[in-house]
Design a protein around this ligand. Structure first.
Ligand SMILES: C[S@@+](CC[C@H](N)C(=O)[O-])C[C@H]1O[C@@H](n2cnc3c(N)ncnc32)[C@H](O)[C@@H]1O
Length: 240
């Protein structure tokens, strides 16, 4: 376990941690998608599709997919007819996505907390399994709010900790032992998968995240629990 494994908010000096996260994703990029599917039993795909359905009619809709990785979610949006700009700071992940044909033509290599796009440009923004890697979370939320057009929504899809004791027990065993072990076997980077499970364990409680969303200027936020609360979609709206 390294010093970056626990999630800690750092709105003023996040650079060192971000460099570490970027290098980590570069290193696991070739095996990321296979392991994602395998380790989530394919459920991650159903969660992304649920998010897509929440967006309504997407034909011709401009969408900004933040922390897009290899483009799993971007790909679903493109199939629904949306015009997607995809952003990630890991060139390794972006290159894998291009190779797979999951990303479209508009890809940005940039920090999600400093989006190089003008104010009010997108009615839909998404971040899937990305926010718990961002230490300067308040800077990120304010920038995501800035880029959203009035009437628009930011969808945050993230892994959460289940509350029911039985589910919690199995989930903890899975997070502590199964995920780092299997991730290590297939990617050769056990520490990267230990990092992933540790960030799930230590990320903000849903209520704290929702408070920060409101404090960043969003008019409202609603949480939709998925699969016994193992994941959640936060729908953040900008009404004015
Ligand atoms: C767990 S992956 C999720 C990828 C994809 N959204 C998905 O659904 O599979 C997290 C991604 O966030 C990216 N990321 C983390 N912090 C970032 C930041 N500050 N700015 C841009 N990308 C970031 C990583 O490079 C990685 O590709």
């Amino acid at each position: 376990m390294d010093k970056y494994s626990d999630y800690k908010i750092d709105n003023s000096t996040p650079e060192e941690k971000k460099k570490h996260v970027k290098e980590m994703f570069d290193s696991i990029a070739p095996t990321y998608d296979f392991l994602n599917r395998f380790l989530s039993f394919g459920i991650d795909r159903l969660w992304r599709r649920r998010l897509i359905r929440l967006c309504g009619d997407l034909q011709g809709m401009p969408v900004l997919d933040l922390c897009c990785g290899t483009g799993d979610l971007t790909h679903e949006f493109l199939k629904s007819g949306a015009g997607v700009v995809s952003l990630d700071f890991s060139l390794g992940m972006l290159k894998e996505g291009v190779k797979r044909g999951w990303l479209g033509d508009m890809n940005l290599s940039a920090d999600a907390a400093r989006i190089p796009v003008k104010d009010g440009s997108f009615p839909i923004e998404t971040i899937a399994f990305g926010i718990r890697n961002i230490p300067d979370i308040d800077v990120f939320l304010r920038d995501a709010h800035r880029v959203l057009s009035v009437g628009g929504r930011l969808f945050i899809l993230e892994l959460t900790r289940p509350e029911k004791p039985v589910v919690k027990l199995f989930y903890n065993i899975y997070l502590k032992w199964v995920l780092p072990f299997m991730g290590g076997v297939f990617s050769g980077r056990r520490e990267a998968y230990a990092y992933l499970s540790r960030t799930i364990e230590t990320f903000l409680e849903p209520n704290e995240l929702m408070n920060r969303v409101r404090e960043s200027g969003f008019s409202g936020v609603e949480r939709i629990k998925l699969t016994f609360g193992v994941a959640s979609i936060y729908v953040c709206s900008k009404d004015r």
